[in-house]
Design a protein around this ligand. Structure first.
Ligand SMILES: [Zn+2]
Length: 64
């Protein structure tokens, strides 16, 4: 049995688009905090933290 397992480069699913940043939900302390962290992270070039904040901001409906 020689079934070639050559998947056509299985794409890594990226649920988040880095070019569109989520806006904080008004009145949510969690979102406000995340935005301030994001601003500071971006100021120092910490893109990883910026991305993390965006992920959490998107999760607002599910809770932070
Ligand atoms: Zn929120």
């Amino acid at each position: 049995m020689s079934e070639p397992k050559t998947y056509p480069s299985a794409p890594v699913e990226l649920p988040l688009r880095l070019d569109v940043e989520p806006a904080p939900v008004e009145g949510c302390a969690g979102c406000a905090e995340l935005v301030s962290v994001r601003v500071r992270a971006r100021a120092v070039g910490d893109i990883t933290t910026v991305t993390d904040c965006n992920v959490y901001l998107r999760r607002h409906p599910e809770g932070h």
